[in-house]
Design a protein around this ligand. Structure first.
Ligand code: 5AD
Ligand code: SF4
Length: 464
């Protein structure tokens, strides 16, 4: 269900907040600072809240000494939570000097009851706390924050509503992420996402297409379609549509040159999708296919619903259909009960799958997930030692896999100036970074670059 009425209501709150600013700040333009933790879906929501703050009349600054400080939080691993508590300690001392400063926390971490209890008890100077299901209510919540001194906490357990058409902004003028779905139904046993992001909800295909058409008309040529599990896109819509069908429709949008997507769950990756990717002129030959573990028995305990053989079979099928595909993955080390033999199976898949990049994580116990109460939690020293062995292999394989394009000419979307003077940075369709000499007027353009030397995970090249 989508709701444009709600958008109208919130836009009136934007105006109401705006009207309050001159009296609160005596005519000067107030400032805000916003920080994002976590995944690309969080980044999109951060951009949306930032756009609403700008519409209200705040100016963005890069320092926490602002009139409003906003954090979009992540809770996928414990260290993300610790980071937020660390920031709050720092903000407390800033707020002592500026008592009118508004501190706002939202996002995944706020969906956990114990976090909200802690904030209520130990961080009374936080002004506003909301979660993942009511971000569209931000203007209304912010209005209450501006007009009240008490701590406002508004966490929704779940929502079946998708609110379309809220203000948003983007970091690059020429590329952006687009949400296609929210939430996750998979309940991998280590993962907190289904509890904090709720059940899977897909956006209507027409809403997605309309958004991308207007982005393309505004100069966007590359989109990244985002969802926790894009391969199950559309299953719960009134008129079900597959993700492959959605891609086929998006491909027809004029002006769009590149389509990326993430994340794919191996259990749902269809032959139809592989075929669409292979035939498409616009869908990039890059697939992020989280492995998590190479051991079939650990995968079972993780509730991943595939085993080592099925995963490797899928990799073979993809490589046969799309020989130049770049594969990337996520791997967790130290899941409860992981033995050295299980870990060897993970190393074996890494050697066979030939990933360009693998994101490696140390297992983090998340309260409330089934894995948190599983026996045989692996001792920290053992996990750390396995982690460094895995990292070494991933890096060695990544270097080999990434260097396969050395000496070829590839089309690059130029993204920004590189740290080195006179150099630009861009990406190939395989998502490989390339640095080369060029003028910054090329930013946002597609240029042909010869990939001269591979430096592991990036190339040095020259314009041709
Ligand atoms: N511990 C460590 N890594 C995790 N991930 C998700 N939950 C956990 C956890 N409890 C990783 C998975 C996922 C990525 C986004 O984060 O690898 O694919
Ligand atoms: Fe978490 Fe698994 Fe859902 Fe990914 S698919 S968000 S790892 S539960």
């Amino acid at each position: 269900m989508s709701n444009t009425n709600e958008t109208q209501i919130q836009l009136t709150y934007v105006q109401k907040c705006s009207d309050l600013l001159p009296s609160i700040y005596s005519g000067r333009r107030p400032t805000y600072h916003i920080q994002n933790e976590g995944c690309q879906m969080n980044s999109l929501q951060t951009e949306s809240v930032a756009a609403m703050m700008e519409k209200i009349g705040y100016e963005k600054i890069d320092s926490e000494e602002a009139d409003a400080v906003i954090y979009n939080t992540c809770t996928v691993r414990e260290n993300a939570n610790q980071k937020i508590y660390g920031h709050l300690g720092h903000l407390k001392s800033i707020k002592r000097k500026n008592p009118d400063m508004k501190i706002i926390l939202f996002g995944c971490m706020m969906q956990e009851q114990h976090v909200v209890d802690t904030i209520r008890k130990s961080y009374p100077f936080v002004n506003l706390v909301f979660g993942t299901h009511n971000i569209h209510k931000f203007p209304e919540l912010f209005f209450r924050t501006l007009t009240s001194d008490s701590q406002i906490i508004d966490i929704w357990k779940e929502s079946d509503e998708i609110v379309e058409g809220l203000p948003t902004s983007r970091k690059y003028s020429f590329k952006t992420g687009v949400n296609v779905m929210f939430g996750c139904n998979n309940f991998c046993s280590y993962c907190i996402v289904p509890y904090v992001r709720g059940r899977e909800k897909s956006r209507e295909p027409q809403a997605i297409i309309d958004e991308i058409k207007s982005l393309a008309a505004d100069g966007v040529t590359e989109v990244m379609l985002l969802g926790q599990n894009v391969n199950s896109y559309g299953k719960t819509l009134e008129h079900p549509v597959s993700f492959a069908q959605l891609l086929t429709q998006i491909e027809q949008i004029e002006g769009l040159k590149r389509i990326r997507f993430m994340t794919s769950h191996p259990k749902d990756l269809s032959d139809e999708l592989i075929e669409v990717m292979a035939k498409s002129q616009k869908v990039c030959h890059h697939l992020h296919l989280p492995l998590q573990s190479g051991s079939s028995s650990i995968l079972k305990k993780m509730n991943r619903r595939y085993d080592k053989e099925k995963y490797l079979g899928l990799v073979d099928k993809i490589r046969t259909a799309i020989p130049d595909i770049s594969l990337t993955t996520d791997i967790i080390v130290g899941f409860p009960g992981e033995t050295e033999e299980d870990f060897q199976e993970t190393l074996d898949v890494v050697s066979k799958a030939n990933y360009d990049t693998a994101f490696t994580f140390i297992y983090s116990k998340r309260t409330g997930t089934p894995a948190a109460s599983m026996p045989d939690q692996v001792p920290e020293e053992v996990v750390k030692e396995r982690f460094s062995r895995l990292l070494a292999l991933v890096q060695e394989n990544g270097r080999k896999a990434s260097s396969r394009f050395t000496g070829t000419v590839k089309e690059i979307l130029v993204e920004e100036e590189s740290k080195e003077q006179g150099m630009l940075t861009g990406r190939t369709e395989h998502n490989l970074l390339v640095h080369f000499e060029g003028d910054k007027s090329l930013i946002g353009q597609y240029v042909n670059v010869s990939l001269d030397t591979c430096k592991g995970f990036y190339y040095f090249g020259h314009l041709v």
